[in-house]
Design a protein around this ligand. Structure first.
Ligand code: UD1
Length: 431
C-alpha cells in the first residue's frame, strides 16, 4: 500500500507551478464529447480523477488522444454507447457530468451512481430536478441514474441550494436544448465560468456564468475548439497553507489571484504576509506568530469547503482559539481525529471545529480519510516535529499532480513509498 512519508520542520521556500483545475477539467472532458468535431484541451491536470474520466469516455467510444501529460484531443462523434458503468467511474463524483453531456447530445444517458469523497450525503436531487424541467424522465435504480427525453426544451430552473455540480450539469444539458433556459441561484465558482467559456468556444450561447443567473439559448450543434483549463485554486491554496504552517515563504505561479481571494484573506487574518502579482501569489510566514481566526465555508466567493481541512491544519498551530464552521457538507471533519493524533487540540461540535492552537505537531502514523483531508495531513506532517506517515494516499492522488515532487521542489523532505524497504530507506536518509 502506497504511503507518504515525511520529516517535518523545514520551512518551505521557493516557487511552485500550479496545474490546471481538476474540477474544471472533469466537467470540460464530459462537455467535450458533445462536439461534432475534435476538441483539444490544454493545461489538463495529470491526476487520477482525470485519467478515470478519460477512460470512461473512451469506454463509450470517444476518441481520446493524450498528446502529452497536459494535452488531450477528444473526439466525441464516435460515441457508440450511452451507458457509463465502467468500474472505476463510481469512485469519482464528477461522473455525474456524463449525464448532462450525454443527455444534452443524445437525449439519453445511464451513468453509475456517483461516488467521490465521503464528506457527507451528496444527493443528486437538484441535478434531476433540472433535467426533468428540461423535459427528461429521470430514474434511479440498479446502481445507475438514467435520464431520457424525446426532446429537451428550455426552462426556467431555480436551484433551491447553490450547487456547483447541478449548475454545470444543467448548463451542459441545456446548451443543445430547444429554446431558452435560465438557471436561477446558480453557483458562481470559477470552474462554472470556465465550463461556460469552454461551451461557448464550441459555439454554445451561455451568458451570465459567474453571476447567480445563467441564461442559455439552445443551439443546434457544437463544433471543435482548443481550450486551456483554468489554474487549480485549491491546489494553489494547499501550497499557500503549507507555506503558512511551516513558517516558510512560497510563491504559487500560474494562478488567477482573484480566484484565491477568500483563501488569501484568511491567511492575512492569520498574520501572514501576501504579495500578489499578475499570475502569482507569494505567502510569507517567516518569523511570525500565526494568529487565530474564524472561518465559515460558503459557496464562491466565500471560503471554499475544499480548503477547510487545510485551514484547520494551519489554525491548529495558531496562538489562540479559532473556529472553523462547515456549512456545505455534513461530515467533513473526519480528519480531525488524525490531526489530534499529531498533537492538535480540536473539538468538533456539530458542524463547528473549535481549535485551540498548539505550539507544534508531532509526527505520527495517520490515514487520509478523503482528498482534501489528506492534503491537510500532509501540511501538518510538514510542520510537525519528526516523521509522519500517511496511509490511503490514493485519495490525495485523485487530485494533486506530482504532489511529492512539487513539495520537494520547495524544500520538503517527503517521499511516496510503496514498500517497507523504501520506507526504511527514507527514514535512514533523514535521520
Ligand atoms: C463540487 C466539487 C467539490 C466541492 C463542492 C463544493 C466537483 C467534482 N466537486 O462538488 O470538490 O467540494 O463542489 O464546492 O466539482 N446538493 C443537494 N442536491 C444536489 C446537489 C447538491 O442537496 O442535487 C447539496 C450538497 O449536498 C451540498 C451542496 O448542495 O450540501 C453543495 O454541493 P455541490 O456544490 O453540488 O457539490 P458537488 O458538485 O458534489
Amino acid at each position: 500500500m502506497a504511503q507518504y512519508v515525511m520529516k517535518g520542520g523545514n520551512p518551505l521556500h521557493g516557487s511552485v507551478d500550479i496545474s490546471g483545475a481538476k474540477n474544471a477539467a472533469l466537467a470540460i472532458i464530459a462537455a467535450a464529447i458533445m462536439a461534432d468535431e475534435p476538441v483539444t484541451v490544454n493545461n489538463l491536470p495529470d491526476v487520477n480523477d482525470v485519467r478515470v474520466m478519460l477512460e470512461a469516455i473512451r469506454e463509450i467510444g470517444a476518441g481520446v488522444d493524450r498528446k502529452d501529460k497536459h494535452t488531450v484531443v477528444i473526439e466525441g462523434s464516435t460515441i457508440n454507447a450511452l451507458i457509463v458503468d465502467y468500474e472505476y467511474i463510481k469512485k469519482i463524483r464528477a461522473s455525474y457530468y456524463l449525464l448532462g453531456s450525454l443527455l444534452g447530445k443524445y437525449k439519453r444517458a445511464e451513468v453509475a451512481m456517483p461516488g467521490g469523497c465521503a464528506i457527507g450525503a451528496r444527493p443528486m436531487d437538484l441535478h434531476e430536478k433540472g433535467f426533468r424541467a428540461l423535459g427528461a424522465e429521470v430514474d434511479e435504480g440498479y446502481g445507475l441514474i438514467s435520464a431520457r427525453a424525446k426532446e429537451l426544451c428550455g426552462a426556467h430552473i431555480y436551484l433551491d441550494k447553490v450547487s456547483v455540480g447541478a449548475t454545470i450539469n444543467i448548463m451542459m444539458a441545456a446548451v443543445l436544448a430547444e429554446g431558452k433556459t435560465t438557471i436561477e441561484n446558480a453557483a458562481k465558482e470559477p470552474h462554472v465560468v470556465d465550463v461556460a467559456n469552454f461551451l461557448n468556444s464550441m459555439g454554445a450561447n451561455v451568458k451570465g456564468a459567474g453571476t447567480d443567473m445563467i441564461r442559455i439559448t439552445g443551439v443546434k450543434s457544437l463544433h471543435g475548439t482548443e481550450y486551456s483549463v483554468i489554474p487549480d485554486q485549491i491546489e494553489a491554496g494547499t501550497f499557500m497553507y503549507a507555506a503558512a504552517a511551516t513558517h516558510g515563504e512560497v510563491t504559487v505561479r500560474n494562478v488567477i489571484p482573484k480566484h484565491l481571494e477568500a483563501t488569501t484573506a484568511k491567511l492575512l487574518e492569520a498574520g501572514c504576509r501576501i504579495a500578489e502579482g499578475d499570475d502569482a501569489v507569494t505567502v510569507s510566514a517567516r518569523d511570525i506568530t500565526l494568529l487565530p481566526t474564524q472561518v465559515t465555508t460558503l459557496p464562491y466567493p466565500g471560503f471554499p469547503t475544499d480548503m477547510q481541512p487545510q485551514m484547520t491544519a494551519v489554525l491548529g498551530l495558531a496562538d489562540g482559539v479559532s473556529t472553523v464552521t462547515e456549512s456545505i457538507f455534513d461530515n467533513r471533519f473526519k480528519y480531525v481525529a488524525e490531526l489530534i493524533r499529531m498533537g492538535a487540540s480540536i473539538r468538533v461540535e456539530s458542524n463547528i471545529a473549535i481549535i485551540t492552537g498548539v505550539d507544534h505537531y508531532t509526527g505520527a502514523h495517520v490515514s487520509a480519510p478523503d482528498l482534501r483531508a489528506g492534503a491537510a495531513l500532509v501540511i501538518a506532517g510538514l510542520a510537525a516535529d519528526g516523521i509522519t506517515t500517511i496511509d490511503d494516499i490514493h485519495f490525495v492522488e485523485r487530485g494533486y499532480e506530482d504532489f511529492t515532487e512539487k513539495l520537494r521542489g520547495i524544500g520538503a523532505e517527503i517521499e511516496r513509498v510503496d514498500n517497507e524497504r523504501d520506507l526504511r530507506k527514507f527514514m535512514f536518509q533523514v535521520s
